[in-house]
Design a protein around this ligand. Structure first.
Ligand SMILES: Cc1cc2nc3c(=O)[nH]c(=O)nc-3n(C[C@H](O)[C@H](O)[C@H](O)COP(=O)(O)O)c2cc1C
Length: 198
């Protein structure tokens, strides 16, 4: 099984530094042999998720989000840090999803003004876990001073982003295959979390 990775840009704005990080992550994941799709939330213009409005499921932008997440076995999620949290538009992406993320692997990267990114990274990891997904045990943060003219200039951060992309490509297919095998066991305790998603 090969890696199928969705790289999500969690920025609502076109000029965002997030896009250069997405470019590096996607290029590296392709170099690692993965099939890659990029979901650029500023271009999709998703509506605010309304749980009481099932007609949102018919919108082309919502179908892109749900179908790409169902297709993927791994994710690289890139968020700008806003007020010590992930961006509203990335949280909105999560709110359109649940089981599409279960049993899959995510790498998480934050772009901050100057903070260490721990708060937004933890927020993204929490939401992914609450959808029963797994996250890499390390992450990356690119701060404002790490960029020059909108491009990432820090070799140290670039190195970390590439390690994340290689690891998501390496482990995502293995994890998802194992999760699917566990699901085959049925709903009993021996299937673990996978049996909760039949
Ligand atoms: C509403 C808002 C809240 C922010 N909160 C933080 C923050 O908590 N910590 C931080 O380091 N930077 C913060 N920033 C700065 C952004 O993280 C920084 O601009 C980052 O580059 C976001 O990506 P972009 O501006 O390139 O789209 C904030 C910016 C905005 C607009």
């Amino acid at each position: 099984m090969s890696a199928r990775i969705v790289v999500v840009s969690g920025s609502a704005r076109e000029e965002s530094k997030v896009h250069d990080v997405v470019r590096i992550a996607a290029t590296t994941a392709r170099a690692a042999g993965a099939e890659v799709r990029e979901v650029l939330l500023h271009a999709l213009a998703l509506p605010m998720m309304d749980h009481g409005d099932p007609s949102q499921g018919e919108l082309a932008c919502v179908k892109v989000v749900r179908e790409s997440a169902a297709w993927a076995n791994g994710f690289i999620l890139v968020t700008p840090e806003y007020h010590g949290n992930m961006s509203g538009c990335l949280k909105n992406w999560f709110d359109f999803l649940y089981l599409e993320l279960a049993g899959k692997l995510a790498g998480v990267i934050a772009v901050t003004g100057g903070g260490c990114g721990d708060m937004s990274i933890t927020a993204v990891k929490n939401s992914f876990a609450w959808c029963h997904g797994f996250t890499l045990p390390f992450h990356a943060a690119a701060r404002g001073p790490d960029f020059k003219d909108g491009a990432l200039a820090s070799a140290r951060v670039n190195d970390r982003i590439q390690r994340i992309a290689y690891d998501v490509a390496r482990y995502a297919p293995v994890l998802h295959k194992t999760f699917n095998e566990a699901r085959e066991l049925g709903a009993g305790q021996e299937s673990g979390v996978a049996g909760m998603h039949l």
